[in-house]
Ligand binder design. Structure first.
Ligand SMILES: [Zn+2]
Length: 286
């Protein structure tokens, strides 16, 4: 892994998207993973890193991880300090609870890590055959997302291990994507390889994959039914309508999460826990 030699670190001075220190004595309490929506690391680094970033004073991250070992990893903000990421339209905090105060914002509570990935197929960004099928948290839009590379995953695990070696209170359930915090505003990192990443970071192959079996609307509907929620006569039909929204909102309320109709990583963990308690498991049928 090539870690940037420091040339991309943001200077700790007014006008840069970095803040000194952490408000809590513990330091950060989670990790927010992002995608860059770029083809390469250098493009991301010009936007978020160095002395004169394109988004100077607006946004940053602690690290950005390229797609190949050759690209390596660049660091924009030291782990001692806060990077400005995920600030806009944030509804949920690192533990899935509602954001209740500015102190809950990701820029004050989590380490931000960018991964070079083009994101979802769109005009000018065509999907290849191996892109990942995933539905948005509101269940209304189907996306095809560029997969992360094997070399990239190795570097993601290394960076993750550095972060949790420094802040060991950050547990697997404290990792999430930008879209889990801002489900009405962001799509990154839908389709993310959380299971492989977290098994690598925590060196625990027994960690469950609670994400892959819940990527699509029909999988989420089947899971809600398995959990005892009634979706009406049409059942798990792949069409995310009012009954599905109401069932998901109720499931969240019953699980101690905010009563909102967005499927996030926090929903995935709760679905896994509740199914396990019922003696069932997640169904990985697409
Ligand atoms: Zn993001």
């Amino acid at each position: 892994m090539v870690l940037g030699n420091g040339e991309w670190l943001l200077p700790l001075e007014p006008g840069q998207a970095v803040s000194r220190g952490w408000p809590a004595a513990t330091g950060p309490v989670g990790v927010t993973w992002h995608w860059t929506a770029t083809r390469d690391l250098l493009t991301c680094s010009r936007v978020l890193g160095g002395k004169e970033p394109v988004r100077k004073g607006q946004a940053s991250a602690h690290y950005a991880i390229g797609r190949s070992a050759n690209e390596g990893v660049h660091q924009y903000v030291a782990l001692d300090n806060r990077s400005w990421h995920a600030g806009i339209e944030q509804r949920f905090r690192w533990d899935g609870q509602a954001v209740a105060s500015p102190n809950d914002k990701a820029s004050r509570t989590t380490v931000g890590v960018e991964t070079v990935d083009q994101g979802f197929a769109r005009s000018g960004v065509p999907a290849d055959a191996d892109w990942i099928d995933v539905d948005t948290p509101d269940g209304l839009t189907h996306l095809r997302v560029q997969p992360w590379t094997d070399e990239q995953l190795v570097m993601m695990i290394e960076i993750g291990r550095m972060i949790v070696a420094r802040f060991p209170h950050i547990r697997p359930e404290h990792h999430h994507g930008h879209s889990d915090l801002c489900p009405t505003y962001k799509q990154d990192v839908l389709g993310f390889p959380f299971a492989a990443l977290l098994r690598g970071i925590y060196q625990d192959n027994t960690l469950p994959d609670v994400w892959t079996p819940l990527r699509t609307v029909v999988q989420r509907q089947r899971t809600l039914e398995a959990l005892g929620y009634n979706l009406g006569p049409s059942g798990a039909d792949g069409d995310w309508g009012r009954r599905s929204r109401e069932a998901l909102t109720k499931f969240h309320a019953d699980s101690g999460l905010p009563a909102e109709p967005f499927w996030t990583t926090f929903t995935c963990w709760q679905a896994h826990r509740k199914l396990t308690a019922l003696g069932k498991s997640l169904d990985s049928t697409p």
